[in-house]
Design a protein around this ligand. Structure first.
Ligand SMILES: [Zn+2]
Length: 138
């Protein structure tokens, strides 16, 4: 591991539980885990169902549709690497399948973001390995 460089954005590091998830994003699919026992759908990846503890989990691609459950607009960059991004909107998106995920608003003025706004997934390839799931207005 190289030392943290403040001018570069921190990127997620896939591990055993999340390799399939990151691979899916690279292929343009947001994978959710569906429980074979209770039907619970979860984001993010874990070895067990968070509702019933079953390990019978299956990856299925999400529709990519969701609604803005909550959001906030960031005006002050959390670090030098984010300076050119501000202002940007951090979203809590409720996916059509149920799970909620934190992401950011892509391709638009953050002032346009409203509660319950319909959004769809967009893929932001930030490195060879990592593609980040973001959302844009439908
Ligand atoms: Zn379950």
């Amino acid at each position: 591991m190289s030392p943290e460089d403040a001018s570069r954005k921190p990127l997620p590091a896939p591990d055993a539980d999340t390799t399939a998830f990151w691979r899916g994003l690279k292929d343009g699919r947001l994978l959710l885990q569906h429980c074979g026992r209770c039907g619970h759908v979860q984001y993010y990846q874990q070895a067990m169902c968070r509702a019933c503890g079953s390990e019978q989990l299956e990856h299925r691609p999400a529709s990519g549709r969701g609604k803005v459950h909550s959001f906030s607009v960031v005006h002050r960059a959390p670090g030098p690497a984010f300076k050119t991004d501000v202002p940007y909107a951090v979203l809590l998106v409720e996916l059509a399948e149920g799970p909620r995920m934190i992401s950011t608003f892509a391709g638009g003025d953050p002032a346009d973001v409203t509660f319950d706004m319909d959004v769809e997934l967009s893929f932001d390839e930030v490195s060879e390995e990592i593609t980040l799931p973001r959302f844009r207005k439908v």
